[in-house]
Design a protein around this ligand. Structure first.
Ligand SMILES: [Ca+2]
Length: 318
């Protein structure tokens, strides 16, 4: 837990290159819980298998950066910032944050943001098999560019007592995988909403989501934890390079080739396929098979025999 208060925010915390997993309390057990933080830096973490959100920033973060994190298989949202129904007057707003180069896979919602002036660039949000939305956003003046978005998006204005308009979003240059009527757009979460099938439809009707690509994601093998772009991915060359982010999730320089690619990975020409890019749980939670167990027992027996031999040898020398 990273905890301040609305009037005295926790400032300058860094959480870097950590594995945060399997927090399995009976309810509300998230990997990271943020409570009124300012200038927080979360970078390079792997966060999975938690009973609620990967990162729960419901109570607010400002001026913070969330980058190059891999957040997957959490029962709640991947990253949640700000609180639906709040206008931020209690200090619990998500404001002026940067969310870039993260991978969200098989969480409930991938990324949910309620707030102001947040920048959401170059993230990969992929749905798993059983969960719902990948992306929910509400608030004002947020910029959402160069993200690779699987299956569904909700855009709404849910901030009470303020004259926010979802059209104040800058939404563009994303790759969206259409799977039916899976874009929800509305003035508030409680009001009637409009439903669209593609970013093209959203652009035509709302002048939002333009310069995007509606197509399959074109990843190497997301089910096996490899979220790199395949050589034929429609995400290649379609990002807006002017947002000023010059490294990708893997630390590769952007752009490769002449143009910038959508999603957490820049495509690298000649990338080696079949290289095992594993989920962490395959490394740390691998069950001990019977054959492996037998090998351990055999080696243990051998070691014991050798120790007995050594003891006799030493005994002889006395
Ligand atoms: Ca490129």
């Amino acid at each position: 837990m990273i905890s301040g208060t609305a009037s005295a925010k926790k400032t300058g915390t860094e959480l870097v290159n950590s594995i945060i997993r399997d927090n399995q309390g009976t309810q509300g057990t998230s990997g990271v819980y943020i409570w009124d933080a300012d200038s927080l830096w979360l970078c390079g973490n792997t966060i999975y298998g938690n009973n609620d959100d990967g990162i729960d920033g419901l109570t607010g973060a400002i001026n913070s950066t969330f980058e190059n994190n891999y957040i997957y298989d959490n029962k709640g949202d991947g990253l949640k910032l700000g609180q639906f129904g709040s206008n931020g007057s209690a200090g619990n707003e998500a404001k002026n944050n940067m969310i870039k180069n993260n991978i969200f896979y098989n969480n409930s919602n991938g990324l949910t943001i309620t707030g102001f002036n947040n920048k959401i660039y170059y993230n990969t949000l992929v749905r798993g098999n059983t969960r719902s939305n990948t992306f929910v956003l509400s608030g004002k003046d947020n910029i959402i560019k160069n993200n690779l978005i699987g299956t569904s998006v909700m855009l709404a204005n849910d901030l009470a007592n303020q004259t926010h308009n979802p059209a104040s979003f800058q939404l563009g240059y994303n790759l969206f995988y259409p799977t039916g009527n899976s874009i929800t757009y509305g003035e508030s979460l409680s009001a009637a909403k409009l439903i669209y099938g593609t970013m093209g439809d959203l652009c035509f009707n709302e002048s939002l989501g333009c310069n995007s690509v509606d197509d399959a994601l074109g990843l190497v093998n997301s089910a096996n934890g490899d979220f790199r772009l395949a050589a034929t991915s429609p995400a290649i060359g379609k990002a807006d390079g002017t947002v000023g982010i010059n490294r990708d999730y893997a630390g590769t320089t952007r752009p490769q080739g002449s143009s910038y690619d959508i999603g957490a990975y820049e495509y690298v020409s000649g990338q080696v396929l079949g290289v095992k890019i594993q989920k962490v749980d395959e490394l740390t939670k691998k069950p001990v098979g019977t054959l492996f167990l037998a090998l351990i027992l055999a080696l243990s027996a051998l070691a014991l025999t050798w120790l007995w031999g050594l003891k006799f040898l030493l005994g002889d020398k006395k």
